[in-house]
Design a binder for this molecule. Structure first.
Ligand SMILES: Nc1ncnc2c1ncn2[C@@H]1O[C@H](COP(=O)(O)OP(=O)(O)OP(=O)(O)O)[C@@H](O)[C@H]1O
Ligand SMILES: Nc1ccn([C@@H]2O[C@H](COP(=O)(O)O)[C@@H](O)[C@H]2O)c(=O)n1
Length: 319
């Protein structure tokens, strides 16, 4: 399209220019990068819902690749990259976004409804399994392999193309005359995957704020699990049932804030210092440090920036 735009004669200039503008307005990509637990995925989901865009959590693809390796007992990734790449290319990863109208379980997210995301690996719901500590510990190693990144890049780009098409069918987006678009979060979205993204955000927060937020999130989930188990127990009639359930539904325990901080730091160190597509701030990214921002402030800052760049009136200029 660019070469088409440059080849036009003077007489065709105005019509072709408006066609070019229309094309760029019809596709809007928002890249959100940043360190672990800086709020990328919750923010990206809320931004996507606000704008009626598609959403892709690129980290979940690396997490699925890690799960594939773990299930085959592959721990020395560098010795088995070819096998792992073959497994990734044979598998299907789907990210299903469930639009949300209700309030979140997480009080820190305030009044904004954040869609839930389900990750399917070859049709199996692995949303919980890919967030387990063993995956957290290994995922950065998997993501440091260039051939793995190449395989994941293909998946990311085709997911983005599909998500944009779906977003164009979204009613609220069409109402505002918005283009079709996608929000993707990760570590190299603005630098490598979509270097021409219309809006690049680098989301950051202090190491302690990130560790505390993750701890809060885990404890919230733990409370939910305990509540569910309590209800289950109340429903159990026979002693044998109770014994069976007791042995299979033991409440998980979660690490301390300090342990979480160490895990996040180790992952960030690996992501920043790897050779291929390390975590960097793209030169044209808008840096948002949300240590002292509410969730709503960070989401609305991004949706307003996006609206401005799309030529649509911002909604939250008062923030
Ligand atoms: N401004 C904020 N204030 C308080 N909590 C927040 C804020 N932004 C995000 N959070 C919370 O921080 C936690 C981490 O956010 P999220 O999971 O979106 O981060 P992430 O960058 O995607 O993490 P990861 O890289 O590990 O996938 C979540 O519990 C989220 O609800
Ligand atoms: N674009 C990306 C996204 C993720 N990674 C790697 O995956 C890990 C898990 O990502 P989360 O966002 O789910 O925490 C992350 O630590 C990176 O190692 C990546 O390399 N590039």
């Amino acid at each position: 399209m660019l070469s088409e735009c440059l080849q036009i004669s003077k007489t065709r200039l105005s019509t072709s220019l408006s066609r070019c503008q229309l094309v760029s307005r019809r596709n809007f990509t928002i890249a959100i990068d940043g360190p672990a637990a800086s709020g990328k995925s919750s923010t990206a989901r809320a931004v996507a819902q606000e704008l009626g865009f598609g959403y892709i959590d690129s980290g979940s693809i690396y997490r699925c690749a890690t799960l594939l390796a773990l299930r085959q007992n592959i721990t020395e990734i560098s010795k088995h990259t070819d096998d792992l790449v073959a497994m990734i290319l044979k598998s299907t990863v789907e990210i299903k976004v469930q639009p949300s109208n209700s309030l979140n379980a997480m009080p820190s997210l305030g009044r904004l409804a954040v869609p839930e995301v389900q990750v399917l690996l070859d049709g199996e719901d692995v949303s919980g399994e890919i967030r387990k500590p063993e995956v957290n510990r290994m995922v950065a190693k998997v993501a440091s392999e260039s051939s793995v990144r190449e395989a994941v890049l293909g998946i990311q780009r085709s997911m983005a193309a599909r998500a944009k098409t779906r977003s164009s069918q979204n009613q609220s987006a069409n109402n505002e005359g918005m283009p079709e678009g996608v929000v993707m979060d990760g570590r190299d979205i603005g630098t490598t995957i979509f270097p021409n993204a219309e809006l690049k955000i680098y989301l950051d927060a202090s190491a302690m704020a990130r560790a505390i937020r993750r701890w809060d999130e885990m404890n919230n989930q733990l409370k939910d699990t305990k509540q569910q188990q309590k209800q289950q127990k109340q429903q159990q009639q026979s002693a044998s049932d109770a014994q069976k359930a007791g042995s299979t539904t033991e409440a998980p325990t979660y690490p301390s804030v300090e342990e979480i901080a160490r895990e996040l730091e180790a992952r960030d160190y690996a992501d920043i210092n790897r050779e291929h597509s390390p975590l960097r701030i793209a030169s044209d990214a808008v840096v948002i440090d949300n240590t002292n921002l509410t969730f709503e402030q960070q989401v609305y800052t991004i949706t307003d920036l996006a609206r401005e760049r799309m030529g649509i009136k911002p909604k939250h200029a008062d923030l």
